[in-house]
Design a protein. Structure first.
Length: 258
């Protein structure tokens, strides 16, 4: 009877060959395919950031810096790239900082025109404005880029800025997400039952957080100090690669299910 029971309990298939095991491996491979698709999307966004978004912002800023005052009777093609001066009356302002805040001034002219000018900061002018104040607006390419009153001037949110460092930082973050997603996805396709430590928890999560911290930790100071945008990838890429190796070496190399 003991031998019979032993045969009964030992007659099943090996765990790795069961239908449940095949389904589990199939789910892992499907996750790998999704990760590779995510990698392709992130790589495309990175490509767009460096080939279209960054050059467009750079050219727009250079055109703005080179623009001069509009002549008295400018031709249509000249007026688009010159700086014109307009006078408006403040209808009201909204200065609400913090999460979900709004910073803008509603303006009107002597006719029927009304418009809103958005700002990124409350000062130095926006928080001083009151209804019925007369303000001077600088317009470039049909956007109000500067608002002024009594010698105090403030750039609007539409004013071109030399902040290409953040364009580069965001583009690099897309590249890091693409590389991480591709490696994690490829490992799941090649070895679905042994893809540790290339899992979300803890290596994937720590690596993604580290990549974001390095990108913004380099990009924001680069904007504040005004160093060239190309210094961002020069500093960020080696830092992320070193941190990826350090985090990898501190992970347990074992098969995981996530």
């Amino acid at each position: 009877m003991a031998n019979g029971r032993a045969r009964a309990h030992g007659s099943g298939r090996a765990p790795g060959r069961t239908g449940a095991g095949r389904r589990s491996a199939g789910r892992v491979r499907f996750t790998g395919v999704l990760l590779i698709l995510l990698a392709l999307i992130s790589a495309a966004l990175c490509f767009y950031a460096f080939t279209a978004w960054l050059p467009a912002d750079r050219d727009r800023y250079q055109d703005y810096r080179a623009a001069g005052p509009c002549p008295a009777h400018p031709a249509e093609q000249v007026a688009a790239d010159c700086l014109s001066t307009w006078h408006f009356t403040v209808v009201n302002t909204v200065v609400k900082t913090g999460k979900g805040g709004h910073l803008y001034a509603n303006l009107k002219d002597e006719g029927s025109w009304r418009g809103r000018v958005n700002f990124g900061d409350p000062g130095p002018l926006l928080d001083r404005l009151k209804p019925d104040d007369r303000v001077t607006a600088t317009v470039w390419r049909r956007d109000i880029v500067v608002l002024g009153k009594d010698g105090v001037r403030q750039d609007s949110s539409d004013a071109p800025r030399d902040e290409l460092q953040m364009n580069a930082a965001l583009g690099l973050f897309g590249a890091f997400v693409a590389a991480q997603a591709f490696v994690f996805g490829a490992v799941r396709l090649v070895r679905p039952r042994r893809h540790g430590p290339f899992t979300w928890n803890p290596y994937g999560r720590r690596l993604l957080v580290t990549s974001a911290a390095v990108c913004f930790g380099v990009g924001l100071p680069a904007v504040w100090t005004g160093i060239p945008w190309w210094t961002v990838p020069t500093l960020t890429i080696p830092l992320v690669l070193v941190m990826a190796v350090v985090l990898y070496r501190h992970q347990p190399h074992r098969t995981a299910a996530l």
